[in-house]
Design a protein around this ligand. Structure first.
Ligand SMILES: [Zn+2]
Length: 537
């Protein structure tokens, strides 16, 4: 197998790997390069392959630095299949058109300047319509489902615990009668997530391609995030101010809602009557996708929802869709909590809320995510006295807080724990998706702690993967396939029991069972049986 590193090599964004096995060509992720004009220019360069030759794109998760160039790939002639989890497919259905819209808006702004300078106009990387077209190529599968790409390649997605639907990708490859296994870590989650599972530990692999974002950092000891948030809210409300929380639309907003739901439900809660606004169209749509895909959340959250408590729904929670509704928040007389995007304050509705609250002594701004260099959020957190918003100089008088411990990424300890989880150590680890210091520190620790050969591939480098001895993974794949089928048969058994119970309840209540509902249930069963058939084939 030829493995080419086409993105996130010696850097954090633009994730993309090309795998060539016999005649088959597969991409793993096709992310956008982000963070400064030098990186962003990479988005516009020619591809090193013909998009029409790619048979499959396997997508680990919906973040734009992993999925963001898929519409461009389709626009340039990709005709293959995009396989990912159902939840990632759903998240991409809002995130990619949103990204297309941002591309269009930024290009319009650039072109206005170019017209004034007498320069030729430029095209956006892709449009919202291109993103809509690309969505037609997506097919969702479940975690742990064995999926045969062809006779020689089989894949399976495992829960990475990073964002909803995020995956670690296992790939079994047969070449010249030898079978071996490559694992792509995708982005690995932190164990602090209140909503998601811990990253799945993988039993074995011959080769691992691994992220190293936090290879040189430990998350600060987890403070009690909820209590700190509660203190800030109560203090601010006492002063009759507002609490403004800049937050990423996907995952972080839902985590904050989860924490607020818990705080509001406490028996003696003083938060009950305080209105909470989610003011970001993307965050509102993302929250709906979390509700729809609640099966991807951790067991505690699933049980909470089953018990009738939806953490994304509570009294006085208001989702503001239109910009008029958004503006109306600024005229609220009572203190309120405003969650809005973008998380780093550089765009979106959050800028309006900062304009209306940063100058007020009684208000608070609470940061719950990383603020990159040169962003407005970073300047505020670093103690700027004034900032410019919509051409107006704003004097910062509000309290500024930062709550640590919300992170979507495993830290150094989490990354090392994940490697330790391999029962049979990989023959080699390729380190990607990290800044210089992070990646070299992780490389050093892997050698020191596990004595596993590891390498930091260069951008554009192609490496030939060949197992040096007959691998054992074929047994694992057969076993995995059997357990996945068993799991689905178990689920099917439960579905049958549900139908029987519903029928019995209807009979004992003397009701005529509703025909429509029964038809629907039988259809669902047929769908599940077909899924099992596909797994066996
Ligand atoms: Zn990510």
């Amino acid at each position: 197998m030829k493995l080419s590193f086409l993105g996130a090599a010696e850097m954090v964004t633009g994730s993309c790997y090309l795998c060539e096995v016999g005649d088959a060509k597969l991409l793993v992720d096709f992310g956008m390069f982000q963070g400064g004009s030098e990186a962003e220019d990479l988005n516009f360069r020619d591809f090193s392959f013909n998009p029409a030759d790619i048979d499959y794109l396997l997508l680990t998760h919906a973040h734009i630095d992993h999925s963001g160039r898929i519409p461009q790939l389709v626009r340039r002639g990709f005709k293959g299949r995009i396989i990912t989890t159902e939840a990632t497919k759903d998240l991409c259905s809002i995130m990619l058109p949103d990204s297309g819209f941002i591309q269009e808006t930024e290009t319009e702004w650039i072109n206005r300047k170019r017209i004034r300078a007498g320069k030729p106009l430029v095209e956006p990387l892709y449009t919202s319509m291109d993103a809509q077209d690309a969505l037609k190529f997506f097919e969702g599968i479940s975690y742990n489902q064995i999926f045969n790409i062809n006779n020689d390649i089989t894949i399976r997605f495992r829960d990475a615990g990073h964002i909803l639907g995020s995956s670690i990708l296992e790939m079994w490859v047969r070449e010249q009668n030898k079978e071996f296994k490559v694992v792509f870590s995708g982005d690995l989650g932190s164990k602090n997530s209140p909503l998601l599972n811990h990253p799945t530990l993988i039993d074995e692999a011959d080769f691992v391609v691994m992220e190293s974002t936090y290879g040189n950092r430990l998350h600060p000891a987890s403070e009690n995030k909820a209590l700190k948030l509660l203190d800030i809210i109560l203090e601010t409300v006492n002063k009759k101010g507002n609490v403004v929380i800049p937050s990423f639309a996907v995952e972080r907003t839902q985590e904050i809602l989860f924490e607020l739901n818990t705080l509001k439900e406490a028996k003696t809660s003083k938060l009950k009557d305080i209105p909470v606004f989610v003011d970001s169209p993307l965050a509102i749509n993302a929250t709906k996708i979390f509700e729809k895909n609640s099966g991807y959340l951790n067991e505690d959250t699933i049980n909470l929802i089953k018990s009738g408590d939806n953490p994304f729904e509570f009294p006085n929670l208001i989702f503001t869709k239109t910009s008029d509704e958004s503006k109306a928040i600024n005229f609220e007389e009572l203190s309120c909590i405003i969650i809005s995007a973008s998380g780093m304050c550089d765009a979106g509705r959050i800028k309006h809320h900062l304009k209306h609250n940063l100058w007020r002594k009684e208000s608070s701004v609470v940061f719950v995510g990383y603020q990159a260099k040169e962003t407005l959020g970073r300047r505020i957190i670093e103690g700027a006295k004034t900032v410019k918003l919509f051409g107006e100089e704003i004097n910062i008088q509000s309290s500024i807080h930062s709550i640590q411990g919300f992170s979507g990424h495993a830290d150094q300890e989490g990354l090392l724990d994940w490697i330790e989880g391999f029962k049979k150590k990989p023959a080699k680890i390729f380190l990607t998706h990290g800044e210089d210091e992070a990646i070299t520190e992780l490389s050093r620790l892997i050698t020191e702690k596990f004595d596993i050969p590891n390498e930091i591939p260069r951008m554009g480098q192609t490496i030939e993967l060949t197992p040096n001895k007959q691998s054992n993974v074929i047994k694992e794949r057969t076993f995995a396939s059997t357990t996945a089928v068993q799991g689905n048969i178990e689920n099917l058994k439960k579905d049958f029991e549900d139908i029987i119970e519903k029928l019995q309840n209807a009979v004992s209540a003397g009701e005529q069972a509703k025909t429509d509902e029964l038809y629907y249930l039988v259809d669902e069963l047929k769908h599940s049986v077909n899924k099992i058939k596909k797994q066996i084939n």
